[in-house]
Write a protein that binds this ligand. Structure first.
Ligand SMILES: [Zn+2]
Length: 356
């Protein structure tokens, strides 16, 4: 009898008979897909030039104009060293699985994803706390310089998939890792669901009262706006979005995964009309310097950042949130920061630094 596949112990409420319930699938720790020397050091402290993840899931400011897109995966830093002067480090499979798709176009530079491999894993999303209907975890490895697997090939976690590169629309050598779930067309999932702080305590900082900082920047009573800035450690990768509450009105909300799943056609045009009553202004994160240095250049006029430059130092992840259609007599303001693991931190306003 294959009892190991089940646990007994649930009692059916209708008939009082013990029934077999499927055991909760175990969540294996995914392997880091690109070896990073810093990550292997026990006391490693991430810094600007040796980042573990150089691009996170969610809104990302594009250079040159006031728009942003929703980056739908993680970018893994591929450092340059003597053995890999072009950064073409081995890219390895994060979990056991089977290669289910390969995109290897003759002219990868003209494609968005470049050389790409998709692996379907045996482990279901429910092992990581997601709904059962999300199906199996799938991972996608993009912008490769070389592909070292074939369709249908079985892989174990840590097996070679290819080498990091810059094929497709990208400006630097790195690995872009996508995670997908079932749902119509495959839908992108925040990789933080598997690369969570519990499994990677050094690399991933959890959202908490200690790590979330909210500054209440300005209130414009006549204009009906209120602006706040949320600053996080840049390795708070589990961020899923915000609720900007005005007098208990919670409709000003954005979930980055929801944008990915439901708003695909709008996700590359910024947030205009995406979420009523809320505008989001992501601060520059991917530029590689401190926030001050990154944001000193070509900040679109009209952005809160132009009126409220970043104070203090450090490499942070930041967003300016603007509540719109704020009633003149609104009294209480609060922001809740949500993580993909269900974690949340709420900060209430005690007043604004500037008001008119
Ligand atoms: Zn990317």
């Amino acid at each position: 009898m294959k009892l190991n596949a089940f646990v007994l112990g649930l009692v059916c409420f209708a008939c009082g008979v013990a029934v077999a319930a499927p055991r909760k699938p175990k969540a294996p720790k995914p392997l880091w897909p690109v070896a990073n020397p810093g990550f292997l050091q026990g006391n490693f402290t991430p810094s600007t030039n040796q980042r573990l993840i150089s691009g996170i899931f969610g809104p990302r400011l594009k250079w040159g104009d006031g728009r942003y897109d929703h980056h739908e995966g993680f970018d893994f830093y591929a450092f340059f060293d003597e053995a890999h002067p072009r950064g073409d480090h081995p890219v390895t499979c994060i979990l056991d699985g089977v290669v289910t798709d390969i995109i290897d176009p003759p002219n990868p530079e003209r494609t968005e994803t470049g050389r790409k491999v998709v692996v379907t894993h045996a482990v279901p999303w429910s092992a990581y706390g997601a709904p059962r209907e999300w199906g199996p975890v799938k991972s996608g490895y993009l912008h490769l310089s070389a592909i070292r697997v074939q369709k249908g090939q079985k892989l174990e976690a840590g097996d070679l998939v290819g080498e990091a590169g810059e094929s497709g629309y990208t400006s630097t050598v790195h690995l872009h890792l996508n995670l997908y779930r079932a749902g119509g067309r495959d839908v992108n999932v925040n990789p933080a669901r598997v690369f969570q702080p519990k499994l990677y305590p050094q690399a991933v900082t959890p959202l908490s009262k200690q790590t979330v900082e909210v500054q209440w920047l300005e209130r414009d009573v006549e204009g009906g706006t209120a602006v706040a800035r949320v600053l996080l450690p840049y390795n708070a990768y589990t961020l899923d979005g915000f609720v900007f509450e005005v007098d208990k009105d919670t409709r000003r909300a954005i979930s980055f995964e929801y944008v990915s799943a439901e708003q695909r056609d709008k996700r590359d045009t910024g947030d205009v009309d995406l979420f009523p009553g809320l505008r989001l202004y992501p601060l520059r994160f991917n530029g590689g310097g401190t926030l001050e240095a990154n944001n000193a250049r070509s900040v679109p006029r009209g952005w809160p950042l132009a009126r409220h430059p970043i104070r203090g130092g450090g490499v942070r992840l930041g967003f300016d949130l603007e509540a719109r259609d704020v009633p003149k007599d609104a009294k209480s303001f609060a922001i809740t920061v949500h993580g993909v693991g269900g974690e949340r931190v709420t900060v209430k306003a005690r007043g604004f630094e500037a008001s008119r």
